[in-house]
Design a protein around this ligand. Structure first.
Ligand code: Z5A
Ligand code: MG
Length: 233
């Protein structure tokens, strides 16, 4: 039986993930675009409140598990659609899940060391589990593994010029620096050839689409495949 393929666009904040995911889904024909967090589900509603209302309190562990639970809410739909021959474009997924939690831990530690007050991002106490990559990864085990992951990266100075900063809990710029190094720790792009880092510095929307589309064609993920859907292990 042939199936469609699962393509993930990850990246730093404001690098154009949502812009590119929509364009790429449009180029793939029979396709579905899925964005994580999916704020339209029950669990997604709680995540939305957490991200947009700084007075809404959740432990770091609960927030981490909710983001993963939100992916599990869509697990069956993803598998069904792939088996029906749809190409699925994911706008963020598991790597955001691990990298942001890890970044919160690192940020909390730096806040603790500098003696600064707690912020919307992190309490002054770094929760031990948030620093444990194995613990962070566990709840996502068993979810479908993307056939191709493209991680959009750019210099933090250029990123600061993009529109829309400052609306949500995780968007402070010093935090973004830690997010970038956390992503680099969890992507394992050197040993996993389904993960590609894409430098989008100084590139307009069309130029980035061309880069991504070339990669998609080179990897053959725009064609139906008879490979089994791989699961995260
Ligand atoms: N999070 C988490 O903690 N755990 C998890 O498991 C998951 C997520 C899945 C909300 O995510 C937060 O959830 C996020 C991670 C955390 N933390 N933060 N922040 P979100 O996906 O909802 O975040 P968002 O609000 O959509 O922002 P974004 O995804 O970071 O932006 P983007 O999608 O990468 O960029 P964009 O919306 O496509 O473009 C941004 C602007 O730049 C816009 O004005 C574009 O027109 C412009 N743009 C785009 N491309 C270009 C180029 N090439 N040149 C110039 N301008 C451009
Ligand atoms: Mg987005």
């Amino acid at each position: 039986m042939t199936r469609g393929q699962l393509i993930l666009i990850e990246g730093l904040d404001r690098t154009g993930k949502s812009t590119q995911s929509a364009i790429i889904a449009g180029k793939l024909g029979k396709s579905k675009l899925m964005k994580f967090p999916d704020r339209t589900t029950k669990i997604g509603g709680i995540i939305n409140e957490y991200l947009t209302d700084s007075s809404f309190q959740l432990s770091d562990q609960s927030a981490h598990l909710l983001f993963s639970a939100n992916r599990w809410e869509l697990n069956n739909e993803i598998i069904d659609l792939l088996n029906k021959g749809y190409f699925i474009v994911l706008d963020r997924y598991i790597y955001s899940g691990i990298a942001y939690s890890l970044a919160k831990y690192e940020y909390s530690k730096s806040v603790q060391n500098s003696g600064t007050k707690s912020t919307a991002i992190a309490s002054t106490t770094a929760s031990e589990q948030m620093g444990d990559v194995e613990w962070l990864y566990c709840p996502d085990k068993g979810l479908p593994k993307p056939d191709l992951t493209m991680f959009l990266t750019m210099d933090l100075e250029e990123l600061g010029n993009r529109k829309g900063w400052g609306d949500e809990r995780y968007e402070l710029q010093e935090f973004q620096k830690i997010v970038k190094s956390s992503f680099m720790r969890v992507l394992h792009h050197e040993e996993d050839d389904s993960v590609e880092i894409v430098d989008v510095n100084g590139k307009g929307i069309e130029a980035v689409t061309e880069l991504l589309w070339n990669l998609i064609q080179k990897k053959g993920v725009n064609e139906l495949t008879d490979k089994q859907i791989e699961k995260l292990r």
